[in-house]
Design a binder for this molecule. Structure first.
Ligand code: FES
Length: 183
């Protein structure tokens, strides 16, 4: 009897042990359910590849420089244009362009320094240079496609060479002064 009393007072009985075990299993079960649920809230790699919007911090892109990134498996150029580059793009006689489009139709109002483009030559899809430091920018200081010699200007418009159209602008919006969402 003394032995039975000691068990009841100081140590868990077999029934207590069962409750304890159930409690631990319950906690593990909740954690096990919660993690996949949280994971489901964030887009996975497959979803991103399929076209989920992406946010791009523009802070590291210095004036006059550009970056390249991927969205929906396609290359995107982002350039922080200088005042001179913006003026160059704005003063062009639009009617004289192979693919007439004013610079204002290719940027966001009040954010004229930022140019966001698909980075694929509209001739046969090569990647034009001009985004990274040291890459040849061509005769119009924009982008140059070395495959067959297409020159794009500081608005990404085709100016010379076989490419039939301007580098297209992807869908994007400013979230604040230094961040955009593409898609
Ligand atoms: S693919 Fe760019 S000029 Fe031909």
């Amino acid at each position: 009897m003394a032995e039975a009393k000691a068990t009841q007072a100081g140590e868990p009985t077999r029934r207590d042990m069962l409750f304890l075990a159930t409690g631990v299993m319950g906690a593990v079960g909740v954690a096990g359910v919660a993690v996949p649920f949280i994971r489901q809230l964030a887009p996975n790699a497959q979803t991103i590849a399929a076209g989920a919007p992406i946010e791009v911090d523009l802070t590291p892109v210095a004036e006059g420089q550009g970056i390249k990134l991927f969205w929906r498996g396609k290359l995107i150029f982002v350039r922080n244009r200088t005042k001179a580059e913006i003026e160059e793009a704005q003063k062009v006689n639009v009617a004289s362009l192979p693919d007439p489009q004013p610079d204002s139709a290719r940027v966001k109002p009040g954010k004229e320094q930022w140019l966001v483009l698909y980075g694929s030559c509209t001739h046969l899809g090569c990647i034009p240079g001009g985004s990274a430091v040291g890459e040849v920018r061509g005769d119009y200081n924009g982008w140059f496609c070395p495959c067959h010699g297409s020159h794009y200007d500081t608005s990404g418009r085709i100016r010379k060479g076989p490419a039939p159209a301007n580098l297209p602008v992807p869908p994007y919006a400013f979230l604040n002064d230094s961040k955009i969402r593409i898609g």
